[in-house]
Design a protein around this ligand. Structure first.
Ligand code: 6R9
Length: 651
């Protein structure tokens, strides 16, 4: 496909906070004088005690240390609620669109949000939650999830939101890892017309976590579907009962800018998810500033980020960024394809959405359903479109641009990670000419670079591994409870540089094109999945001897999960066993981790030192048999032929 460039329109250059001249000027300043630049930007937040220091960071292992505004004090929940009361108390903060389009939605004003947050904060306190305690949030996409996050922030508790699609086992691991003494959940969740047994999963998770030495003191349960669920005396309480009669007066705790705000678990190259730790001041500044400038959010705009709060996108761009900016944030409980593939566009029309932020996997699924589902809706309110989570292929980009946006709306393809806290490489709608499939240029203060395998910088146009050479305020500070792992994971591949794990090309115009992960992380429907995690789930099955998991190209999901499985001696491959193993992984981790293909094989290609050659497994899974590369170091080269034959027969 030839590269088309979509220039910035005059209208956008005029309307936007940042046009191209301003981008150049601000970007230069942000990297030449980070202290001055960020001190000025930080005025957008309400500080309880002003900071005198701005940036104090080092990427040098083993003493990696990242501090921003380290002597300042503020409270995130006060920034997201209290300070808006005088000017926009009656404005909608959260507009909730339920799963079922035939049921009633809800609107929550900033005043109501503030009240609900304060009440829940008082409830948490009365149940013994103190500053620094960890609170696990396992909730559907309902306004109460935002109350819960902000209530934690209000009293200085650290929240750990676990995606409601994760299994009881996965939830247990996350409760246990951060020794979380409290869980906030709901009776059930709803998604695409089905219910998710959140309380049942929570009960099971608490049992598993407590068997491993954790202790859960209290579980707060929101009544959402009204399902009949068991409540354990002395431990479980109903949200509506404890909120009732609780005071809405709860002063916000003054927090140091570097006090932890939240932990969010994410998959890495090893089997165990990492607790990515974000702190207070730098995170909120970065989330709110990127939200304002990337989406060019002006007062009165109707903004919808269609992610789930269980992921970082939901944290930064449904809750913290928009609410800090006093925005109207739409929260959607459902899925894009239910009840019909028109749902997203119907919601756009219903609420007159101006800014829509979604993921390529959703777009590809909707694209496959046919243009009629889109074109029968108006979408006239749309002004700006966003994409996040994985590389967007040029075909999907052009479809989004042409069919969804009627060739009228710029697309911001935003590259970032759980670890980065906010958007890092992205167009700005009033400043950046767009190229389909490119995340374009760095945001303010972000210094990307490309390195080759030896860590040598690649100058000008070229491809390499994407690193960031200096700190930005939204950067993660540590892996919870394991700073060494933080240093090891991100700062040891290339001395003095933050390694993203992504491959990338830079073109002649200095535009960045992310090509995907270069480590053992795969991106399934925009969700990060460590192959090692799926492997350890598989080998935990009594009939499995060995497993190797790789990603392979998948039309809708971007990458699918391909599992090579070797069975225990005496076990025979069968369709039933295939189904059983898929089900097993669902239960161990969650539906998103379920392998798409299971390839039973008597052996895996290994080096003489016993290392599985994943490079070859990836090629075979991708049907790229002609480019298998060097197989001479294999202990038994014959294994590869068998795999290739089996793959061909699998279709
Ligand atoms: C925000 C989020 C991070 C990984 C990241 C990269 C991929 C995200 C992307 C993108 C190409 C984009 N990724 N956005 N790749 N273009 N616009 O998704 O965080 O779940 O931690 O995933 O997702 O591979 O390294 P997270």
């Amino acid at each position: 496909m030839t590269e088309t460039v979509h220039p910035v329109t005059d209208e956008w250059a005029k309307r936007a906070f940042v046009d191209n001249a301003r981008y150049e000027e601000m970007y230069q300043r942000s990297v030449a004088d980070p202290d001055g630049f960020w001190a000025e930007q930080a005025k957008s937040l309400d500080w309880i005690k002003p900071f005198t220091k701005v940036k104090n960071t080092s990427f040098d292992a083993p003493d990696v240390s990242i501090k921003w505004f380290e002597d300042g004090e503020l409270n995130v929940s006060a920034n997201c609620t209290d300070r808006h009361l005088a000017t926009r108390g009656d404005q909608t903060a959260i507009l909730w669109e339920p799963d079922d389009p035939l049921t009633e939605g809800r609107t929550i004003t900033y005043r109501e949000l503030h009240e609900n947050v304060c009440r829940l904060a008082n409830v948490l306190k009365s149940h013994g939650v103190q500053k620094g305690d960890r609170v696990t949030i396992y909730m559907p996409m309902i306004p109460e999830v935002a109350y819960a996050m902000l209530a934690c922030a209000r009293i200085g508790a650290i929240h750990s939101v676990v995606f409601a699609g994760f299994s009881a086992e996965a939830l247990a691991g996350r409760i246990e890892d951060c020794r979380s003494g409290y869980v906030i959940t709901a009776d059930e969740g709803r998604r695409g017309g089905r219910t998710v047994p959140l309380k049942v999963n929570t009960d099971e998770a608490v049992t598993i976590a407590e068997a491993a030495g954790a202790r859960v003191n209290h579980v707060i349960v929101v009544k959402h579907t009204g399902a009949d669920v068991a409540m354990k005396d002395g431990r479980d309480v109903w949200y509506h009962e404890v909120i009732d009669g609780t005071s809405a007066d709860c002063p916000a705790e003054p927090m140091n800018a570097e006090d932890p705000l939240f932990i969010l678990y994410t998959s890495g190259s090893t089997g165990k998810p990492k607790g990515v730790l974000h702190t207070t001041g730098g995170y909120l500044l970065y989330a709110s500033m990127t939200h304002r400038m990337v989406f060019d959010y002006h007062d009165g705009d109707i903004y919808w980020c269609a992610a789930d709060v269980g992921w970082v996108t939901g944290h930064s761009y449904i809750v913290y960024g928009p609410l800090a900016n006093g925005a109207l944030s739409v929260m959607f409980e459902g899925v894009p394809t239910w009840p019909t593939p028109s749902r997203i566009w119907e919601v756009v029309d219903k609420h007159k959405i101006n800014i829509l932020y979604t993921a390529p996997t959703a777009l590809r699924a909707l694209m496959g359903a046919g243009d009629d589902h889109v074109t029968k809706t108006s979408r006239a309110s749309l002004r700006l479109l966003g994409s996040v989570g994985e590389p967007i292929n040029p075909e999907a980009w052009e479809w989004y641009y042409r069919v969804v946006g009627d060739s009228r709306c710029p697309i911001v393809d935003t590259w970032w990670q759980t670890e980065t806290g906010g958007i890092m490489i992205t167009p700005l709608p009033g400043a950046t000419a767009l190229k389909a499939g490119s995340a374009t240029r760095p945001f303010f203060g972000v210094k990307p670079a490309l390195v080759d395998a030896d860590g040598k910088f690649i100058e000008g146009a070229g491809s390499g591994n994407l690193v960031i050479t200096d700190s930005w305020p939204g950067q993660m500070r540590s892996v919870y409870g394991d700073h060494e792992r933080f240093v090891q994971t991100y700062f040891s591949a290339y001395a003095g540089l933050y390694f993203t794990g992504d491959g990338c090309r830079r073109d002649e115009d200095g535009y960045y094109w992310i090509t995907g992960r270069v480590d053992d992380v795969i991106n399934v429907s925009g969700h990060r999945m460590g192959t090692a995690e799926v492997e350890s789930a598989l080998v935990a099955h009594p009939k499995v001897s060995e497993a190797a998991v790789v990603g392979y190209p998948h039309d809708i999901k971007g990458q699918g999960i391909y599992a090579y499985v070797t069975l225990m001696v005496g076990e025979e491959p069968s369709d039933e066993l295939q189904k059983e193993l898929k089900q097993w992984v669902r239960k161990e981790i969650g539906p998103i981790a379920q392998p798409d293909l299971i390839h039973f094989t008597p052996g895996l290609p290994k080096t003489r030192s016993g290392k599985i050659m994943r490079r070859i497994l990836r090629k075979v899974a991708a049907n790229e048999f002609d480019t298998l590369g060097d197989t001479s170091t294999l202990a038994d080269p014959g294994v590869v032929n068998d795999l290739v034959e089996a793959r061909k027969n699998n279709g």
